[in-house]
Design a protein around this ligand. Structure first.
Ligand code: B12
Length: 225
């Protein structure tokens, strides 16, 4: 089943067909396909194809919006399945998550949040188009361990730096680790803006968040009382 199913999933995103995307997700769940496998091998490649066709002028904004709608329909089925994985895990850390100011892309960020929750992190999602200071205010309010910042546009990834700066200005930088991600983001960019880490996808974001928690525990252990 998988190869045909995955290519049908990919096509449902390219076609911008929410009903088909949702039906296929339900069939996958019924067949016991791991939800993350369906997302990574079926739906996400569809999104990449849409992005490429948009860049080449073969698809337009309404098409991209229809594809996003199809992705959301699939996620509405798969999200609860992913969340089930995380029941009864000890609390791993508190994460404040959001998409940078000026940017409304949310699908990848939601996926990161879902997987972090599924792995025991308590996630507060600020949504999209979030100013640096809003991250800092929420991080203080929740005593967050990690702030996660998503950006999908080359123009808005600069605003990830504003989040690091806002945390510095709020005097929180030593307590809060910053991780960044999104399609145009790279490890080098993360280093350049003074973030603590970069992850290329949602599963790597979980591994990164865990290692940042370990780092945090080590640094707080050596600090003078
Ligand atoms: C869907 C989509 C949209 C939808 C978004 C719907 C929504 N509610 O999210 C809509 C139609 C609204 C849209 C609008 C626009 N878009 Co758009 N969009 C896309 C598209 C096709 C897919 C994005 C996506 O959902 N991918 C699937 C998810 C699962 O992947 P992901 O987002 O990369 O996330 C993963 C990783 O990056 C990582 N990650 C993500 N966030 C984080 C955060 C942390 C902390 C970590 C650790 C990891 C992490 O983990 C995620 C899960 O594995 C991309 C193409 C692409 N290849 O990215 C273009 C793309 C991003 N869009 C683009 C453009 C140009 C636009 C518009 C400017 C178009 C316009 N003319 O208006 C507007 C911008 C609006 C705005 N101000 O934000 C360009 C950006 C080009 C650039 N260099 O900046 C792209 C690359 C398309 C292209 N090839 O030209 N878009």
């Amino acid at each position: 089943m998988p190869d045909d199913t995955f290519s049908a999933m990919r096509q449902s995103i390219i076609d911008g067909a929410p009903d088909t995307a949702s039906d296929l997700a339900q069939q996958a769940v019924a067949a016991g396909i791991a939800p993350l496998e369906a997302i990574n091998n079926g739906y996400v490649p569809g999104m990449h194809a849409v992005g490429e066709q948009f860049a080449q002028g073969k698809m337009y904004l309404p098409d991209m919006m229809a594809s996003a709608e199809a992705m959301r329909a699939a996620m509405a089925v798969l999200d609860p399945e992913l969340k089930k994985l995380g029941t009864e895990r000890p609390m791993a850390g508190v994460v404040v998550l959001g998409t940078t100011q000026g940017d409304i892309h949310e699908i990848g960020k939601i996926l990161v949040g879902t997987l972090l929750s599924a792995h025991g992190f308590r996630v507060h999602d600020l949504g999209v188009d979030v100013a640096g200071v809003e991250f800092a205010v929420k991080a203080r309010e929740l005593s967050a361990d990690i702030v996660g910042v998503s950006a999908l546009l080359t123009t808005t990834m600069r605003n990830q730096k504003c989040v690091v700066e806002a945390l510095e200005q709020a005097g929180l930088r030593s307590q809060v680790k910053v991780m960044v991600g999104g399609a145009p983001v790279t490890r080098r960019w993360a280093e350049e803006i003074g973030a603590d880490g970069y992850a290329k996808d949602a599963m790597s974001a979980v591994a990164l968040a865990r290692s940042l928690m370990e780092l945090k525990a080590q640094t707080s252990a050596v600090q003078p009382v």
